[in-house]
Design a protein around this ligand. Structure first.
Ligand SMILES: Cc1cc2nc3c(=O)[nH]c(=O)nc-3n(C[C@H](O)[C@H](O)[C@H](O)COP(=O)(O)OP(=O)(O)OC[C@H]3O[C@@H](n4cnc5c(N)ncnc54)[C@H](O)[C@@H]3O)c2cc1C
Length: 390
């Protein structure tokens, strides 16, 4: 990896990193995606390779072992992985965006210098444990509890749907006390931590999705992330903002992949003595898909630029991008599958898997309905014309 190359402009250097990542995806990931599904997970050797290339910390600063990509280039980087393998992209979403970027933002200098190098080097894989069997969207009301004892905190509860939870070495765990939540860094080796795979999934069967039981887990005082009782307002909202940005690009990646498949298939398959691409109704679907993908790309890039420039609008534009891209990915993949006819439902073509994976994006990092709520709050405030009777 030439991340440290001297004498190149920042953009040229970042572009080179993204190009190398695209080549890595082409050579090391695309040929193996069927294997990930068959083996129900990406292998440790690939995670090692990702770490060695710096890909587990692409958005983190160099001082902590990251590649220093700005949000725009980090988005393009995420897209490259998301097009080939949602499983690998999911690892980047949780390990880098939700966990490492959140620790970077909220941890003390001592915590950062101890923990971040372990995460960037892949010595630790991180997962983000907020959701519970009975609590999803209503994340302020988690039931996992903490209490204080001499020298440590004690956690009890159960987390569910934790991506890479069955593989991770450390978890950012949200736990409550008196209605206020706090974020803790919990190591797998702590007594009372047990994980088990969630089975029978429509998608994500290769992402080590797990339930986590926390039984009288003693967590050292130095493992609190950010301020006590600031778990939801600070840590969760920031982590989900990073996660949403990653998912926005994941939606774009799936839709672009589906569009490529749709166009390619329509230009080779013949019916009624003509290529499918010559039928107006098929061309209508292609025209819509191209338009949606271009619109999604524009939203993702805009969110990336606002994040890079630390604009106060960055978070809402990220939410808008996540909402739009995940929704349009479902629509585009639906049409792409339609264009493939019966072939579309087989695993010999990519669209069936894309169809299943796209739907997940409308649920995670805040469901589409929760995004609509957030966007409508913004809209009702922003577009109200005071004094107007219109
Ligand atoms: C593949 C996958 C990976 C995941 N990874 C993680 C992870 O790594 N870490 C983690 O903590 N969690 C993870 N989750 C959990 C995810 O964050 C939750 O599924 C999500 O927050 C939605 O919660 P829920 O599934 O409990 O749905 P619920 O909250 O029960 O909602 C059910 C339905 O009701 C709608 N709804 C809920 N409230 C409202 C409202 N106020 N207004 C309108 N509609 C509403 C929702 O939009 C949804 O359609 C993952 C989930 C999946 C499927």
């Amino acid at each position: 990896m030439n991340a440290g190359t001297v004498g190149l402009s920042a953009d040229t250097e970042q572009e080179a990193i993204v190009k190398e990542a695209e080549a890595f995806v082409r050579n090391r990931i695309r040929p193996c995606v069927q294997l990930f599904q068959a083996e129900k997970g990406i292998p440790g050797s690939l995670i090692r390779e990702l770490a060695d290339h710096g890909y587990l910390a692409a958005s983190l600063p160099r001082e902590y072992g990251g590649l220093g990509l700005d949000p725009v280039y980090y988005g393009l980087f995420t897209e490259a992985f998301g097009k080939a393998s949602p499983a690998v992209r999911s690892l980047l979403t949780v390990h880098t965006s939700l966990v490492s970027e959140t620790l970077l933002r909220f941890c003390s200098p001592e915590q950062k210098s101890l923990w971040l190098p372990r995460l960037t080097s892949g010595q630790w894989i991180g997962a983000f444990a907020l959701s519970e069997p009975d609590i999803g969207s209503d994340a302020k009301n988690i039931r996992t509890q903490w209490r204080e004892e001499e020298g440590h905190y004690v956690l009890n509860g159960r987390k569910k749907w934790i991506t890479y939870g069955d593989l991770a070495d450390v978890f950012v765990v949200l736990a409550a006390n008196n209605g206020k939540s706090t974020a803790f860094l919990v190591e797998r080796t702590f007594d009372g931590v047990a994980t088990r795979r969630v089975e029978g999934l429509m998608a994500g069967g290769d992402t080590y999705l797990a339930e986590i039981d926390l039984t009288e887990v003693k967590v050292p005082k130095g493992h609190v992330i950010g301020r006590m009782n600031g778990g939801f307002e600070y840590v969760v909202s920031t982590a989900l903002d990073h996660g949403r940005y990653s998912i926005a690009w994941a939606g774009l990646a799936i839709a672009q992949e589906a569009l490529d498949a749709m166009v390619t298939y329509s230009r080779s398959r013949e019916q009624f003595g003509q290529r499918l691409s010559q039928f107006q109704l098929i061309r209508g679907m292609i025209g819509d898909a191209v338009t949606k993908v271009h619109a999604a790309r524009a939203l993702c890039l805009r969110a990336g630029e606002l994040r890079r420039d630390r604009s106060p609008d960055a978070a809402i534009e990220t939410t808008i991008a996540k909402y739009f891209t995940s929704k349009m990915a479902v629509e585009v993949v639906n049409d792409a599958l339609q264009v493939h006819g019966a072939n579309g439902i087989t695993d010999q073509y990519p669209v069936a898997k894309l169809y299943r994976e796209a739907k997940v994006l409308e649920i995670i990092e805040g469901s589409s309905q929760i995004q609509q709520e957030m966007i409508s709050h913004y809209g009702l405030r922003e577009y109200f014309k005071r004094g107007s009777k219109r």
